[in-house]
Design a protein around this ligand. Structure first.
Ligand SMILES: Cc1cc2nc3c(=O)[nH]c(=O)nc-3n(C[C@H](O)[C@H](O)[C@H](O)COP(=O)(O)OP(=O)(O)OC[C@H]3O[C@@H](n4cnc5c(N)ncnc54)[C@H](O)[C@@H]3O)c2cc1C
Length: 381
């Protein structure tokens, strides 16, 4: 009998954990991991890398080593197209890949509510980190030498936006040129308790980060962002930390997607239109409940995905994924302190940072990491 080919598209948090589990419990198929990057970032430590607390190698998983130690072939290439009716993927390097089953965990990027010159999104991280340590650093130095103010505007006041703002402020703490702004249409960290929102607002004020709440972007012209209510904010650089948005190819794949283009999945993490396709993490639109686009869900989906891929390949019944109602968020202040938030619970300080650091390092200790120096230096200089 012909062996099934299972392609794992993207090496996000779910697939990294799946590959780890496959070392002990392999699947009865030929396995290929197709990822646009060999080194995939762990989002929990990303603000720490930006701040210069961690080397990039400490916060990335070496997918090639992981895949090969899990009995999987590794292909470094970017998916640019999917024809779900003919079970075919196409890539940037012109490859066509046939599959019997497909699992998609390609994450998301930031929606481009602001577009124009000097505007970059945090994802893909493999572009953002080198840009930060080279191009951005150089421009900031020029402003410094000319004693000019450098207005850095972060668009988005969610957890990613505020963590990145604090991390950048910390990384460039000796810069006299840099002013960091956050623009947001509904305040910072919506979805967290009022007490946590206040804690974070106070923290941002103390760090000199200017928060423009209720700023709904209307136009961007000549390095100036204007709001619907007529405010104008000149900028030298914009960083997008806006809500997650999908790559364009799933919407043209024949798979059922939601209005934004995320892949609709049933409770078994299986495509609502094609039963040999599974999706997890940010790229999946879970139809049973609206889930935030955050790594916690991607991580928790891994054991269910493992079980269901095995069940699909062997003709067994699938098991549903049950998302948790609440989860703990640990937000780094980038200065040796962090803020914990879960429902009404909150805490702040050095101990919370030690707790976060312990959780993140323990998570990464499961995986092979890039060799020191193999990713270039993105740490603070
Ligand atoms: C600054 C920042 C901080 C964050 N902090 C946290 C946090 O502390 N806790 C938390 O829960 N969430 C956090 N998040 C959210 C978190 O990053 C995402 O929810 C999480 O990464 C989603 O994981 P994923 O498994 O779906 O995919 P990802 O981790 O995004 O990985 C996707 C992978 O697929 C690859 N890929 C993408 N496109 C293609 C393609 N076309 N072809 C092949 N490969 C592809 C990518 O290179 C990447 O390796 C943060 C986000 C940001 C921006």
């Amino acid at each position: 009998m012909k062996e099934n080919t299972l392609v794992l598209a993207g090496g996000g948090h779910t697939h990294a954990l799946l590959l780890k589990a496959l070392q002990k419990h392999p699947l009865p198929c030929r396995l290929i991991l197709l990822s646009s990057t060999r080194y995939t970032p762990y989002s929990g430590m990303l603000p720490g890398v930006i701040a210069g607390v961690y080397q990039p190698e400490e916060a990335h998983i070496d997918l090639k080593v992981l895949a090969e130690s899990s009995g999987s072939e590794f292909i470094e290439d970017e998916i640019t197209g999917l024809a779900a009716d003919s079970n075919e993927l196409t890539t940037l390097n012109g490859q066509t890949l046939k599959y019997d089953a497909l699992s998609i965990n390609t994450g998301s990027t930031q929606s481009r509510v602001v577009d124009g010159p000097d505007c970059i999104s945090i994802k893909p991280v493999k572009r953002f980190l080198p840009w930060l340590s080279e191009e951005f650093q150089e421009r900031l130095n020029q402003f410094e030498q000319q004693s000019k103010v450098f207005n850095l505007v972060i668009v988005g006041g969610g957890a990613a936006g505020v963590e990145v703002a604090m991390a950048l402020r910390e990384r460039f703490r000796y810069s006299t040129a840099l002013t960091v702004h956050i623009i947001t249409s509904n305040g910072v960290v919506p979805g967290h308790s009022p007490a946590v929102r206040q804690l974070i607002t106070n923290e941002l004020v103390q760090k000199g980060i200017k928060v423009h709440a209720s700023f709904q972007v209307a136009t961007v012209l000549d390095h100036c962002i204007s709001s619907l209510s007529g405010q104008h904010l000149p900028y030298d650089q914009v960083i997008l930390a806006t809500p997650a948005c999908p790559a364009p190819w799933p919407a043209h794949s024949g798979l059922s997607t939601d209005r934004t283009g995320f892949i609709r999945v049933n409770p078994f993490l299986q495509s609502c239109s094609h039963d040999n396709v599974f999706a997890s993490g940010d790229i999946a639109a879970f139809t049973e409940a609206a889930l935030a686009k955050c790594g916690v869900y991607a991580v928790r989906q891994a054991p269910v995905l493992h079980q269901n891929l095995k069940a699909w390949l062997t003709g067994q019944p699938l098991q549903p994924y049950q998302p948790q109602q609440q989860f703990l968020s640990l937000l780094s202040c980038a200065d040796g302190r962090a803020i914990a938030s879960r429902g009404a619970f909150r805490a702040k300080g050095g101990l919370v940072w030690l707790w976060k650091n312990w959780i993140d390092k323990r998570f990464m200790a499961q995986f092979p990491l890039p060799l020191p120096g193999s990713m270039g230096s993105s740490a603070a200089s």
